[in-house]
Design a protein around this ligand. Structure first.
Ligand SMILES: Nc1ncnc2c1ncn2[C@@H]1O[C@H](COP(=O)(O)OP(=O)(O)OP(=O)(O)O)[C@@H](O)[C@H]1O
Ligand SMILES: [Mg+2]
Length: 304
């Protein structure tokens, strides 16, 4: 692809937090350290958590994704409004995970895979050559279907890992770990066992640990690819409640096969089919009065 020569950064004496964060994307990569997962994120001004933004925060423009010569995302235009939850629905294999992985540039990590088009975070083109891909993955955290705590690390170290890479002092570290665990609704359950292995937690707790790991370094966006599909109904409910709270500080994209879940958590829902975006709109409308007959067939269970 041919990215813009210079991503737009808002100038001015006191730029809003989003622009301060965006500038970080243009700084050189940090030295390579033991592979952090992509769902770690950068530190940010403490005030960022309380900033509620308006308008689209992530925009996909003519996004195409390939595995070798096979095009699996076929020119998607889509906006993810700030501080809203957008659900991505569609039958298995339609390209939901692929599209979501393009948002934080994880798609390109797959051998032979590439993307074309634009992904904008605020005004920054994340595929611009001047953008630091590691910073992108810090600003846009990701939570996967199967909880993936670092297997050899304690609960504490799982959450602290991304922060340590950003060079934070030990004193501050503890407070941030606690705060992330609280934000993920896990603190009460693990406060007295922080040094125990993360893998010793239940599946639902592990998933919240992974969410805490993402939140620890204050991402702007959280991508969740079927985050509840391996969880029981109680654990699922906890994650859904968490999503409702977290959207006050992050923009959330959630892939789900569960229509009820989309109806419960998502402000907007986007329906994909065969690599194309069929339609997107307020969740209620997508489920009750969709524009496209294919959407209606899918949401009423006629296929998929
Ligand atoms: N690593 C890969 N190499 C080659 N093709 C892939 C790869 N990953 C996915 N695909 C193909 O890309 C298409 C979209 O896959 P993707 O995983 O994005 O679908 P999905 O909508 O997330 O499906 P599901 O609901 O089953 O998770 C599928 O045809 C799939 O086989
Ligand atoms: Mg998938």
């Amino acid at each position: 692809m041919t990215p813009d020569a210079s991503p737009h950064i808002t100038a001015g004496a006191s730029p809003p937090a989003a622009d301060i964060k965006a500038e970080k994307m243009l700084q050189p990569s940090q030295p390579q350290q033991p592979a952090p997962p992509p769902d770690t994120t950068a530190s940010a001004p403490p005030s960022a958590a309380s900033i509620v933004k308006q308008g689209p925060q992530v925009r996909l423009q003519a996004l195409r994704a390939f595995y070798g010569s096979a095009e699996q995302v076929k020119g998607v235009d889509l906006e993810f409004p700030a501080n809203k939850v957008t659900a991505i629905i569609g039958p298995s294999g339609c390209g939901k995970s692929t599209m979501v992985r393009c948002i934080n540039r994880m798609h390109e990590e797959i051998p032979g895979a590439r993307a074309e088009g634009k992904v904008l975070l605020d005004d920054i083109d994340l595929y611009d050559s001047s953008v630091d891909v590691i910073a992108v993955r810090r600003a846009i955290g990701m939570v996967f279907q199967k909880p993936n705590p670092f297997p050899t690390m304690s609960i504490y170290d799982n959450v602290a890992s991304g922060l340590r890479l950003s060079g934070i002092g030990r004193g501050e570290l503890r407070g941030k770990v606690e705060s992330a665990l609280r934000s993920a609704g896990l603190w009460e359950e693990v406060a007295d066992r922080l040094s125990e292995p993360g893998m010793g937690l239940s599946g639902g707790q592990q998933q919240r640990l992974c969410i805490a790991r993402s939140l620890a370094v204050d991402p702007e966006v959280l991508l969740m690819d079927e985050p509840c599909s391996a969880l029981d109904p109680i654990a699922t409910l906890k994650i859904e409640e968490l999503i409702a709270t977290l959207k006050q500080r992050v923009t959330i994209v959630i892939v789900t096969h569960n229509m009820q879940q989309a109806a419960r958590v998502a402000d907007r829902t986007a329906f994909m089919l065969s690599g194309e975006m069929v339609e997107v709109g307020p969740t209620q409308e997508i489920f009750t009065t969709p524009n496209d007959p294919r959407t209606e067939e899918y949401v009423t269970g006629k296929f998929g």
